[in-house]
Design a protein around this ligand. Structure first.
Ligand SMILES: NC(=O)N[C@@H](CC(=O)O)C(=O)O
Ligand SMILES: [Zn+2]
Ligand SMILES: [Zn+2]
Length: 429
């Protein structure tokens, strides 16, 4: 395929030739060869496909919430070309058998993937850590969906085992001893934010970074929701991600969202959200990862103490960020770094995350003037709702995974067959 006259994240307008699975040539004017499909990219922009290192695609165990098919279609339609699945499925991904089982489900994926391994008292590190894992994690320092919270000793042990094998550990950092029990008496949606207090995250991140330092380990903090936690991680030389809901939503939105705004860690006050945004814009935050955590409308429609935690996001993250780029609050290069270049370098995924010759042809073509209102019913996840309802997004016209067009939206929406591969399995190409 030849994409002509598309604007790259750095502002250059170029022709981009894809041959097989890779970007073959980038030039000012490339001539077409016979039998090659040409796509007119004039007035449009290209960005590398998003690498979302934090999704919950729910198989095995919770196929009514999401499957690899629906989750990866949602990813493709949102410009995400690599996803990393988390271990809190049923059974949890904690040994060889459960890893292999999840690997089989992932064969339905339209996009490339990684599979994380989890830590519980029953995990089998010697077997699990020899599988082609993406990373260890998310390791739950407090209970979240799946109740996989572990104690300090097990965390230290897991950190050591992973570090011995040069495997990065991603951490869900909240300290349940610092939850605010008095909020338990309340019944409004904001009670969840009052309960799982900011300080519970801040102190858990501080402690996790200390323990990592003691073990010479490198950890990655999942879904940081406070500027304090981001600063602690960054000053400790660790990496962190921010999820779109903590970037674009705050406790001010809870009267409208109700229990659909419940997630872990929870939404924070508007002044903290603004400071999180600043750290995303200035590069202190390494990457955006969605923590796509689908639950059905029926499940979410419960009391604030009974509703499950988590919101969908894999389809709307890049569109929301591209809209920020259009508005000038984030540059297109920053968006590329946050969504593609940084996750690829932090998690060592060679050949992805940049539009350069020889790199995987994981590409998203979009029209920067085509702004669309986000609607839950338009998304492709099993979740037919979104916490970003009514916000502006810029959606892909075409999403390519290693040279295959997996999603195209021209007159109608078209999806390809599953072509996803495990990014940690080499030699499969
Ligand atoms: N973030 C959430 O609120 N929920 C996640 C689990 C998690 O990432 O903690 C889920 O799997 O539902
Ligand atoms: Zn988590
Ligand atoms: Zn998660």
């Amino acid at each position: 395929m030849l994409i002509t006259d598309a604007t790259l994240p750095d502002g250059r307008t170029r022709d981009v030739r894809v041959d097989g699975e890779t970007i073959a040539e980038i030039g000012e004017t490339l001539s077409t060869t016979p039998d090659e499909r040409t796509v007119d990219g004039s007035g449009k922009r290209l960005t590398p496909g998003m690498i979302d290192v934090h999704v919950h695609f729910r198989q095995p165990g919770y196929a009514h919430k999401e499957t690899w098919e629906t989750g990866s279609k949602s990813a493709a339609a949102g410009g995400v070309t690599t996803v990393v699945d988390q271990p809190n499925t049923d059974p949890p991904t904690i040994d060889g058998e459960t890893f292999d089982q999840k690997r089989d489900f992932a064969a339905d994926s339209l996009v490339d993937f990684g599979i994380n391994g989890g830590v519980t008292a029953e995990w089998l590190p010697n077997i699990l850590l020899r599988r082609p894992l993406f990373a260890l994690g998310e390791v739950f320092l407090a209970d979240s969906t799946g109740n996989m919270g572990i104690d300090a000793d097990l965390f230290a042990d897991a950190l050591q085992q992973a570090t011995d094998r040069e495997i990065t550990v991603t951490v869900h950092a909240e300290d349940a001893t610092r939850f605010n029990e008095s909020a338990r008496e309340r019944g409004d949606a904001d009670a969840w934010s009052a309960y799982r207090a900011a300080q519970a995250e801040i102190e858990a991140v501080r402690r996790a970074c200390e323990v990592a330092g003691e073990h010479d380990a490198r950890i990655h903090i999942a879904h940081t929701s406070t500027p304090e936690a981001i600063d602690i991680a960054s000053e400790a030389g660790m990496t962190c991600e921010v999820s779109p809901h903590h970037l674009f939503l705050s406790r001010n939105d809870l009267p409208e969202l109700g229990t659909f705004g419940r997630m872990n860690p929870p939404l924070r006050r508007e002044n903290r959200r603004k400071k999180v945004f600043e750290r995303v814009a200035d590069g202190t935050v390494d990457m955006i990862a969605t923590d796509h955590a689908p639950h059905t409308r029926e499940e979410k429609d419960a009391s604030i103490w009974d509703a499950p935690s988590g919101v969908p996001g894999v389809e709307t993250a890049l569109p929301l960020l591209l809209n920020e780029a259009r508005e000038g609050t984030l540059g297109y290069e920053r968006v590329r770094d946050l969504t593609a270049a940084n996750p690829a370098s932090v998690f060592d995924i060679p050949n992805k995350g940049r539009i350069e010759e020889g790199f995987d042809a994981d590409l998203v073509l979009f029209d920067p003037d085509e702004v669309r209102e986000i609607r839950g019913e338009d998304t492709h996840t099993k979740c037919d709702w979104t916490p970003f309802e009514g916000m502006d997004g810029i959606f892909p016209e075409l999403t390519m995974v290693r040279g295959t067009v997996v999603y195209e939206n021209r007159r109608e929406e078209l999806f390809a067959e599953p072509v996803g591969q495990n990014v940690r399995e080499t030699g499969v190409r």
